[in-house]
Design a protein around this ligand. Sequence first.
Ligand code: ZN
Length: 224
Amino acid sequence: MLNEKPHLTLKHLTLKHLTFNIINVQITSEYLERAIEQLAKLPGTGRKSAQRIAIYLLKQNDDYAQKLAQAIVDLKEKVTRCSICGNVSDSDPCKICDNPKRDPSAICVVEEFNDVYIIEKSNEFRGRYHVLGGVISPMDNIGPDKLRIQELLKRVGEDDQINEVILALNPDAEGEATSYYINKLMKEYDVSVTRIAYGIPMGTELEFIDEATLSRAFASRNSF
Ligand code: ZN
């Protein structure tokens, strides 16, 4: 290969060229190539990382590969969404909606299901959740109809026990706009709307807040 390019000698090659060529030479397996192709589709994973992961997997024992493959299959086949709150769950309704010990009077509205885990870890909130599945974002073409807002209205309208809706959306522009939108809709219902107090600078996402701050934010939530 190098002989075909007489002007390009080894000393002109950067490490990047060498790595690229070495990896290309190493890939002599269709199966390996196929695995790399699929791994490279994972978020934050370019082709190079995918190559590294594939080679790592190749070096692991069969048991690990089987467990990983089965975990991925189970993730797709067995994990479902709770039809009440929209949270990911192995059962419908989820364990939180189905738990009689949870406070039936309060619903905490969050953007994504991982926010539920973050709030649960803080141990401050004993009510139930409502996962919107995103926030209103005209830039990304996400209008209210693409979120689980109608389901929230239905829930609040049909369940007399609910008397507080706590908005725990991220304090960024989209989160704020969505909070205002929901608050406006809630005026039709006999519930108080509150929002958690962050006590941290605007723009910080829920997942970056420590548990103590989140506990305080819940304890000192304000009327919208
Ligand atoms: Zn649920």
